[in-house]
Design a protein around this ligand. Structure first.
Ligand code: COA
Length: 386
């Protein structure tokens, strides 16, 4: 566990890049169910002989009821809804061209820089904190740094859905050791690691990019900024959310991957989870993390105006805040962006903060909290300055 508690680093702005296409549950389910029909027809003889289980259809009602998700933004819609493909299609880009993940991060970064009236020269370093990097190396952050014209340094870090909270803590440390400002970006192309042929999870993720600019408190004061009162991080190993994709995968490949989800050796190279176990184990971990963090900062939970939580499952968020507050939270206290964006991994809590913080008055307190695979969880307590 790691902890900080001095109010000498501030959040000065956030930025958001929302992809151009949206897919509703109904559109997603129509494509999935067409795929099920195709699969079951093609495998009718095996199914009849009891050699293969028929695939079950998905339902938009189930998705909304079980998760709270109504739609998701995606970088490519056609490839995901193409029954013969069911994966986003991305044109390969030559190395000389800005990569897609970096491009999304640059859009979000520019949004945050505009909001704080900052130029590239005002920033000393870039952290790219996300669940999936587009490549092994060079670091995405260095490419993003170059595209923005930022001097100094950049590096990547991955703590899955908790990456933004860990990125804020890391940026805070860099500022305490001398940086003026750190840009922390969270580009997420979650649809590229999602198995759209798996009924249990085909609806979970969307794409997006967010950015946060952190500033040394010794810089001239600003009206529209947030003092960081404290951060707290925690990790506990679990296999219940896992993705085995990695640089050693090509050594495992012996045959061409069949397009059958039940025998496809590539399946575990995509997102897999035990959703029920995640729910049961992560809710207490996160609620205890937030509650103990507030106790140590001597902030009564009822003094927190808003909880900007990671957006994975609506019921999960309701449980977490209920445990912290001892009562149900209103949507104003725990805003939801999951309905429109789905789970966007590290970016979820930052989207919620970005979209639902304009009404804060000086002195108002809020908690940004990310959590997910690892397990990992991070709480960042902020107070509106002024
Ligand atoms: N459409 C229709 N029915 C479906 C379905 C779908 N797409 N997916 C599953 N079902 C069925 C199941 O087959 C099961 O049927 P059964 O009761 O006859 O066996 C039933 O619905 C319940 O399935 P289950 O997987 O137990 O659903 P759930 O209520 O746990 O909800 C999640 C699934 C994934 C939404 C939920 O577990 C969750 O969000 N967990 C937290 C996940 C999380 O935060 N992960 C972090 C990712 S970073």
């Amino acid at each position: 566990m790691s902890e900080t508690s001095e109010a000498n680093v501030r959040v000065v702005s956030t930025g958001l890049f929302t992809p151009p296409h949206s897919i509703s549950n109904e559109e997603l389910v129509t494509a999935f169910n067409a795929y099920v029909d195709l699969f079951n027809t093609k495998n009718a003889a095996y199914i009849e002989a009891g050699l293969r289980e028929p695939l079950q259809k998905s339902s938009a009602e189930f998705i909304e009821k079980a998760s709270g998700i109504k739609s998701r933004y995606v970088m490519d819609k056609a490839g995901i809804l193409d029954v013969h493909r069911m994966a986003p299609r991305f044109e390969p880009r030559p190395d000389e061209k800005l990569s897609l993940l970096a491009e999304m991060a640059v859009h979000a970064a520019r949004d945050a820089m505009r909001a704080a009236d900052l130029k590239a020269d005002d920033i000393d370093g870039v952290i790219c904190a996300a669940s999936n990097m587009q490549r092994g190396y060079p670091a995405m952050a260095v490419e993003i740094q170059d595209a923005l014209g930022v001097k100094g340094y950049g590096f990547d870090m991955n703590v899955a859905c908790a990456s933004a909270a860990f990125g804020i803590e890391t940026g805070l440390g860099l500022i305490r050791t001398g940086a003026r400002r750190i840009l922390m970006v969270n580009p997420e192309i979650c649809t590229a690691h999602l198995n759209f042929r798996n009924r249990d999870c085909h609806f979970i993720f969307g794409d997006v990019a967010t950015a946060v600019i952190l500033e040394n408190g010794s810089e001239p004061a600003r009206n529209d900024s947030w003092d960081i009162l404290g951060t707290r991080l925690e990790t506990r190993f679990s296999n219940n959310i896992r993705n085995n994709f990695g640089f050693m995968n090509h050594c495992e490949r012996e045959t061409e991957a069949p397009a059958d989800p039940q025998t496809d050796p590539f399946t575990d190279k995509l997102f897999v989870q035990e959703g029920r176990k995640v729910f049961k184990e992560v809710v207490p971990m996160v609620s205890e993390l937030i509650a103990s963090h507030l106790v140590d900062l001597i902030i009564p939970p009822e003094d927190v105006k808003r909880f900007w939580l990671h957006q994975a499952n609506l019921a999960m968020n309701e449980f977490i805040v209920r445990k912290v507050l001892g009562r149900d939270a209103t949507r104003e206290e725990a805003p939801v962006i999951l309905d429109e964006y789905a789970n966007t991994s590290s970016a979820g809590s930052i989207i919620a903060f970005h979209k639902h913080s304009n009404d804060f008055e000086p002195g108002d307190i809020g908690v940004i909290c990310g959590f997910g695979a690892g397990y990992s969880a991070g709480s960042v307590v902020v107070r509106k300055a002024g």
